[in-house]
Every structure is written in C-alpha cells, then in structure tokens.
Write a new protein. Structure first.
Length: 154
C-alpha cells in the first residue's frame, strides 16, 4: 500500500485524537493482516470508493468506546452505548477517515467514504474481500484502538 495512504491515516488519527484525548495517541507496530481478522467488541466500518477501494475498520473494546465518547462529550460519563453514544463513536471513525481521505485528495488520490456502520458484538470477524489490511494499533489513554486499512488501487 502506498506510504502516502498509510501516513494519511496515521496523521489523521493523531490530529483527531489530540482534539479529544489529552495524551494523544502512540502508534504501535504496523502489521499486515489477511482479508479475515477478528475485531473488537465495537467496530466502526467505513467503505471507500474512488481511486482506492476497500474498507476501514476501527476495532476497540466497549470500555474504550465509552471512554472515547465520554471525552468527545466534554467528560460526561458514558455508561452504556445508547443511540447517542453509537452515533458519536461512528462520527469519531468518520472524522479520522474523512481527515485521511482529505489528505489523500490533496495528494491526487480522490476517494469517497460511505457513512459509518457501527457493529457491536463478541467474536466478530471482518472480511475485506481479498484485500490485505494494514493493522495500525493506536494506543491511547483510554485503551487500544485497532485501525485496519484495507484499500487497493482501482
């Protein structure tokens, strides 16, 4: 995968997270995953179309998701993933992906995003249609978020 794409997502994650998380984010070791991989208890899925196609999946524990939403809501404690919290965590994934695709567009890689889909459940597997995914661990003060970028050029 083009380094410009990978760096767009890493930089977008850093920029969005520093707005909400005081300690920002530490990027872990990037690895390649097959087209099927286990995800977190809560997953945000966004489709990508344009010069690149595929999916972006953010996986995390429910506790991490609640903590992220709490930070997004100015510190108000979120104790359950109700409709408002689900909407907010979906927007969190949308902000990172939107920031990344804007960065890519500025480099001549035009892409569009689908609206975010939030999936909650245990033992969920994500299949990315034979496209290998880069797994980018994002270590934050509220827990790890697994950012999976499965894109290919069209």
């Amino acid at each position: 995968m083009d380094a410009r794409v990978v760096n767009s997502f890493i930089n977008a994650a850093r920029n969005v997270m520093k707005s909400y998380l005081t300690d920002g984010v530490e990027v872990g070791k990037v690895t390649v995953r097959s087209s099927c991989y286990p995800s977190g208890e809560l997953n945000i899925l966004l489709g990508v179309l344009g010069k690149m196609r595929g999916e972006i999946v953010y996986g995390m524990s429910l506790d991490t998701a609640k903590a992220v939403v709490s930070k997004m809501m100015g510190g108000a404690e979120v104790t359950e993933m109700d409709e408002m919290a689900i909407s907010a965590i979906g927007e969190f994934g949308n902000m990172i992906s939107g920031n990344a695709t804007t960065n890519m567009s500025n480099q001549g890689i035009e892409c569009n995003l689908s609206p975010p889909l939030v999936i909650i459940g245990h033992n969920v597997e994500v299949h990315t249609l034979q496209i290998k995914a880069l797994n980018i661990p994002l270590n934050t003060e509220v827990g790890e978020i697994s950012m999976n970028v499965a894109l290919e050029e069209v």
